[in-house]
Unconditional design. Structure first.
Length: 305
């Protein structure tokens, strides 16, 4: 293990980091009137009232207005004066600027207050929410496409896929195989491979083909419809099974069994139909039946060990 660096070296590195931060991060007051002081630009003191600030602004704006003073430097100064007046004429923005003058070390806090005050009210929250949903939906779709392509690539490397590929090729060629691999034969093999890939779309568990209906932005738009559909389903469920005391249908019993076992959709879909039927007949949505089933599974697991 290397010995720890001496304290002088640590202090030197901390000094370099501090200098870099000071160089990169500009003072929080610079975001208001650049490197100038807003009060100095208007020629007033920090204790000046609103009428004094307004009077000084009108006097300086007339002096440096581009229509009356063609000097380019005067035009730049006119823009700075107008910006300083916009900051100091409003009591809230003036208080923020005075706080930044009194606490220049709070760079991030002062910067956040500035941008929130000057740009927050100009931004529609609905547009921000919609943009955020679009960005998240884009990442979601990209992730699902990547997972799906990886799953397809893994399936294509399995012996079962290659056997089915040969069977489909024999079926198309009428049971005759051509050992010569010319360019046309390679193209035909590629077409067969593509057709078989389309057939395997619905057989890949845990990595279904991406759909726009699963994206966050689409689900958010359809949220009122989804809530209404859920409320209608709950009402029908209560009326059918709580009021009329009707027996559970196979689909509803399957749903109750899956929920009792806390199985995901992919896990439940991977179970064969006979096993599902056996689990549904056990009526595992009843706590007593579920406890008995769990105890039996534990005993079976111990016996196999």
């Amino acid at each position: 293990m290397a010995p720890p660096p001496p304290p002088v070296t640590c202090l030197r590195w901390w000094g370099i980091v501090l200098i870099l931060l000071l160089v990169i991060i500009s003072p929080s007051t610079a975001i208001y009137c650049d490197e100038d002081d807003c009060y100095d630009l208007l020629g007033v003191s920090q204790s000046a009232n609103s009428s004094e600030i307004k009077k000084s602004y009108y006097k300086l704006s007339l002096k440096h207005h581009p229509d009356k003073n063609p000097d380019p430097e005067s035009k730049k100064l006119f823009v700075k004066i107008a910006n300083a007046y916009e900051i100091l004429k409003d009591q809230a923005s003036r208080e923020q600027y005075d706080y930044a003058l009194a606490h220049p070390e709070e760079v991030f806090y002062n910067t956040a207050r500035y941008y929130r005050a000057y740009y927050g009210h100009k931004t529609d929250p609905r547009a921000v929410l919609f943009g955020l949903l679009l960005i998240l939906s884009g990442f979601q779709y990209l992730n699902r496409v990547t997972r799906y392509n990886q799953a397809v690539a893994m399936v294509k490397r399995t012996p079962a896929y290659k056997n089915r590929l040969r069977a489909l090729e024999l079926e198309r060629s009428g049971g005759v195989t051509n050992k010569k691999k010319g360019s046309k034969q390679v193209d035909k093999r590629g077409d067969v491979d593509e057709d078989l890939s389309k057939e395997l779309d619905l057989q890949i568990k845990g990595a279904e083909k991406p759909s726009i209906w699963e994206l966050l932005c689409v689900r958010f738009v359809l949220l009122p419809y989804t809530i209404g559909k859920l409320m209608l389903w709950c009402c029908c469920w209560q009326w059918r099974y709580k009021v009329k005391k009707a027996p559970y249908s196979w689909e509803d019993a399957s749903y109750l069994t899956q929920r009792a076992l806390r199985a995901s959709d992919d896990s439940w879909m991977s179970i064969d139909e006979s096993t599902k039927e056996n689990l549904i007949q056990k009526r595992l949505w009843k706590p007593s039946n579920l406890e008995s089933y769990t105890a039996d599974m534990r005993k079976e697991s111990k016996r196999r060990r």
